[in-house]
Ligand binder design. Structure first.
Ligand code: THU
Length: 160
């Protein structure tokens, strides 16, 4: 029996000012868009902002439904819309932010498993890793690829 270990790389920042301007804009887009969330059931509002290689920023929010599984997370709303509008432009970065009980969350909001799988697919599709920026008021975490969030992931390789 082997005890295998996997190392993942996470960068931790204290403040938005530590980021380059375009990433500050991206984080602020995620922060500003939470108020467009449709989250009457959980009251947990999530904002996601996608930065494309052409400099375009696309935002998305969670969209809930009384039939719960019919809703959609902010990350997938933003990515699917970006990829629908600009199917040939690679995604460079994604910022995520959550707002609950009248304030932004202190701790960064981790994307759910399905969103991680979709971010990974987007990396595979455009053959480029995506910077994933998880915003919290106490700290901001950055993953340099969805592979760091989804070890042992399923991808197109298995379908060949
Ligand atoms: N949610 C997101 O939009 N993104 C995440 O990363 C975590 C969860 C949404 C789904 C649901 O509308 C609400 O937050 C509570 O789970």
């Amino acid at each position: 029996m082997n005890n295998l270990q996997i190392n993942i790389n996470i960068l931790e920042y204290k403040d938005i000012t530590e980021f380059k301007n375009i990433y500050q804009d991206l984080i602020n887009s995620a922060r500003n868009t939470v108020f467009f969330a449709y989250a009457p059931y959980s009251k947990f509002k999530v904002g996601a902002a996608v930065l494309l290689e052409n400099g375009e920023i696309i935002t998305g929010t969670n969209q809930e439904n009384s039939a719960y599984p019919s809703g959609m997370c902010a990350e997938r709303v933003a990515i699917f819309y970006a990829n629908s509008k600009f199917p040939n432009i690679p995604v460079k970065a994604l910022a995520v932010c959550a707002y609950h009980n009248e304030k932004y969350l202190k701790i960064p909001t981790p994307p759910c498993g399905s969103c991680r799988q979709v971010i990974l697919e987007t990396e595979v599709r455009f053959k480029k890793p995506i910077d994933i920026i998880l915003y919290g008021t106490d700290k901001i975490l950055v993953f340099k690829s969805a592979k760091d969030m989804l070890p042992l992931s399923f991808s197109e390789d298995f379908l060949k």
